[in-house]
Every structure is written in C-alpha cells, then in structure tokens.
Design a protein around this ligand. Structure first.
Ligand code: SF4
Ligand code: SF4
Length: 489
C-alpha cells in the first residue's frame, strides 16, 4: 500500500501539454507575452500572468493540475479560458505533437529577389566612419563598367526562377558618380523584365550632393526610391560627413534635395558623436524627408562605435520617437520613422524570422570585379563571397553561411527569447563585434541587450497601438525590405 502511494499516477497523454518557450515581460504597466518560436504576441490579463508564472521554466505540465490550481483562485471558467488562450498561442501543445516550430524547421533556400549593384567604388565625401573605406571596400577606387553591369544583370535574371517581383538597388560609394552605368543597367533590367513579365522596383542610395534636376526627373519618372544619407541637423551632420574638399555637407545636401524636390528617405548613421536620435529624426522629418531611418554605425573602431552607455541614450531617444509614433497615429497620421514602423509591420505580420535579413537568401551584392556577396556592406570580405558573375551563386557557400548563422545553432542566440524577432542580428555588425575570421559571428552582450530592449519597445508600442489607434495598425503593411537595417540599405 505504502509503496503504491509513493508512485505518481502517470498522466494520460491527453492531459499532458508540452510547454513551448515564451517570454513574459512588463512594460509601461502592461503585461505582455511573446512566444519565442512562432513570434505570437499578446497582452495578457492577471490570470494568464499567473498561469505564466506557474508554468515558467517547465517542459511539460498536466492540464488537470494547472486547471485545478488556477480554478481555486479565479474560478473554473476563467481558468479554462486562460488555458485555452495558451493553447491558441501554442505555448501549450499536445505533448506528442511533432515539433514544427522554427527551431526544428529545415533551412529554406528561397529564390533571389534583390540585387545591389555597386556601380561606383568611389565617393566625393570623406565620412570618417564609412564601413566602405570611402567607397573603396578595402581596394582601389574604381567604377563598374557597363559591360560588367550588364553581365551582372544577365546573371541575376538567369537565377530568378519564378520570381515575379524584383528589386534592383544602385549603390556605391556614390552611385551618382557613375550615371552612364546606372542608365545602361536600368534600361537592360527594364526591357528584360517587361519581356519576361516581371515587375521591378528600383532604389538608389546616395549622399545627395550630386543630384541635379535632370537626374531627379529621371528617378521620378522611373519610380526610383531614393535614399539620402544624412546624419541630422548641421551641427551633427557636418562633424561626421565632410566633403572631400573640406567643410560640412549638410547645406549642399539640403540645397540639392530642396531644389530638385525629390521625395527621399533619409538614412542616418548613429555614432557615439550623434546619439540624440529624437532630435535627429524630428529634424529630418521637419526638413521634409518622406521617411527617416537610423542605424548604429559599425566600424570596429571605438572612435565611432556606440558604447553600452551610448546605446542606452539611443534607446531613450527611440522611446520618445515611439511615443511620437503613437501620438501621430491617434490623429490618423503615420510618423515617418522607419525603425518603429518597420518593427510594427514585422510584429503585425507575425512571422518568426530565422534570418535577420535578406543577405544571402534574397539579396545579392554585385561588385565591379565580378564577385557576388551576401550583402552590400560585406563586399570585399571573402567569408561573405557567395559566387561570381561567370558561375553565378555558389549554392554551397550560400547554404554554409546561412546554416552557420542560424540563431538556433549558435550561442547566445539559441538561448535568447528574441531570436525569431531578431533572426540573430545583422551579419555585418556581428562579424565586426566578434572579430574573427570564421562563422558563426555574434553581437557583443551590450549590443544584444540593446536589441532586446528595442524589441520590447516595439512589442509594447504594438500593444499601445492596438488600444489607442487600432485602425492605423491596419495601414502598416509595408513590403519586407531585404536589409533589416532601417531604410533598406
Ligand atoms: S538579440 Fe543577440 S542573442 Fe538575441 S537573437 Fe539577436 S543577436 Fe542573437
Ligand atoms: S541587416 Fe546587415 S547583413 Fe543584413 S543585409 Fe542589412 S547590412 Fe547586410
């Protein structure tokens, strides 16, 4: 008798739940919960919060046991509803259901959709933090020839398979220093896409100083999205983005932007000399840019890279801007700050993200020597070379890079609650932080803390939008950018 009493009754399979990983947190007085692997997200009530506390850290639980414990405190009906909510979020699943969440999914190799054509490895500015070494990418300055650009375009089309919607970005250095090649490549792409029934969107990232009326008319007619690099008001921008001949670039950029009336996106690089992100973004929105995105500099040089303290300042500014976003939304407008807008779009889409961006999956960067890289920022770095224009994409190199960088397989991402929001973070930043030749690379702890706080801010802002401006959430259906660094590229 005694012995039988000491052996616990086995739970019936129907009574046993597997508990998938979830992350409960409080922000701004709200109780919020993210399911790690499916990126499902909800604001929860007191009873669900209690349930979360009861099952946190457990792999399996007995439904009957948690039901009776919860029912004692909150009543049976409430307890049942809370448990059902956990089943709907897939925190609770039948213990014998095969695992199909992101940690167990095979690595999908999707067709390419985007090419970044490095038409100019030269630049007329001298920004001290430039990851591209003033456009030279660790090599000599040089521009892409028309022949090379067309070859890259032909190769790109030959690898598209059934892809219907394409994106081609002209990049540098400063791409306006090589407009004949931009025109030639654009003509080729446009004609071939028309013939093959594909739709192309075009982008060009520029420092803005060489814009003319004629160029602006061309970009407008051909519906290019122009991204202009500018770091804020004159006192901030001019310290960081000097002209080659000396002096700040702010007046030159803004004079060109105003004179040509381009509706450009502003892309801001944040450095330790420019951390007041709220002031910077508000200034550029007021200056008339149609959208403003910021991204932290990545140079591997302490003179520019943000320290943990700087990142805290940046985060404080981002909180102010998230408030701006909600305030604008309440009066029916979208505050054109692409970081929070993009994050809300991502949360709304609800897809877990096993990669941080399109690098090597959808995106390829093509250089003036004929090589193909996973990302435009990593041109010239052999670890990120995934093919060349003669032979096309090297499938093995591409797969190896993505496999080594998958967040489920590398520390500390494999234990991070944000892994399928973050996808493991920008490869370029991780590579610089890790300072080693071979994958996997990962961010410093301080930068990951910053990223996690940023995702919490995004989730909290989403919950606020649901409550305070629900209609505006429906309007946030942006196209996924191949680069998760804000403003695309
Ligand atoms: S926040 Fe850091 S640890 Fe977490 S998934 Fe992103 S890169 Fe990995
Ligand atoms: S997020 Fe980083 S690695 Fe990915 S495309 Fe952008 S710059 Fe490249």
């Amino acid at each position: 008798m005694m012995v039988a009493e000491l052996i616990p009754m086995p739970a019936s399979p129907a009574d046993l739940f597997r508990v998938n990983k979830f992350y409960p947190f409080e922000e701004g007085g709200k109780k919020l919960m993210l399911v790690v692997e499916n990126a499902a997200f909800a604001e929860v009530d007191e009873i669900s919060w209690q349930l979360a506390t009861m099952v946190a850290g457990k792999d399996r639980v007995k439904k009957s046991a948690i039901l009776s414990e919860l029912a004692e405190k909150f009543g049976e009906q409430e307890a049942k509803e809370a448990i059902l909510g956990f089943e709907q979020l897939e925190i609770f699943v039948p213990h014998d259901r095969p695992r199909m969440l992101a940690d167990a999914q095979p690595l999908a190799m999707t067709p390419l959709t985007s090419m970044v054509l490095h038409v100019s490895h030269d630049c007329n500015l001298r920004c001290g933090y430039c990851y591209a070494d003033y456009g030279r990418y660790g090599s000599d300055p040089g521009i892409m020839t028309t022949e090379m650009a067309i070859e890259h375009c032909e190769r790109f089309f030959s690898q598209l398979g059934g892809t219907r919607n394409l994106h081609v970005t002209f990049f540098g250095g400063e791409p306006l220093m090589n407009m004949p090649v931009v025109y030639a490549a654009h003509t080729y792409v446009k004609e071939r896409a028309e013939k093959e029934g594909r739709k192309v969107s075009y982008g060009l990232t520029t420092n803005g100083t060489l814009l003319t009326d004629e160029l602006a008319a061309f970009f407008s007619k051909e519906r290019f999205t122009l991204t202009v690099s500018i770091d804020g008001p004159p006192d901030v921008n001019d310290r960081l983005r000097p002209l080659q001949e000396g002096g700040g670039s702010y007046e030159r950029i803004m004079e060109r932007v105003r004179a040509t009336k381009v509706k450009a996106i502003a892309r801001v690089t944040l450095t330790r000399r420019s951390t007041d992100v709220a002031r910077i973004v508000r200034h550029l929105v007021e200056a008339g840019f149609r959208e403003v995105g910021v991204s932290p500099v990545a140079t591997g040089n302490d003179k520019f890279d943000l320290s943990d303290k700087d990142l805290e300042k940046v985060l404080a500014g981002m909180r102010v801007l998230a408030d701006d976003f909600v305030e604008w939304a309440k009066r029916g407008e979208i505050f054109p700050y692409s970081n929070i807008k993009g994050l809300l779009e991502q949360i709304a889409a609800g897809d877990p993200r096993p990669v941080p961006c399109g690098a090597g999956t959808k995106l390829v960067a093509a250089d003036n020597k004929g090589d193909l890289y996973a990302c435009h920022r990593l041109v010239g770095e052999q670890q990120f070379k995934i093919g060349n224009v003669k032979d096309g994409i090297d499938g093995e190199a591409r797969y190896a890079l993505l496999h080594d960088m998958h967040p489920r397989g590398r520390e500390p991402c494999n234990d991070c609650w944000a892994r399928y929001l973050c996808g493991g973070g920008c490869h370029h930043i991780a590579w610089l932080h890790t300072n080693k030749a071979v994958a996997p690379w990962t961010m410093t702890n301080g930068f990951c803390d910053f990223l996690r706080e940023w995702y919490k801010l995004g989730l909290y802002t989403y919950a606020r939008m649901l409550e305070e401006a629900p209609d505006m959430l429906a309007r946030l259906k942006g196209e996924k950018q191949p680069c998760s660094q804000p403003s695309g590229l």
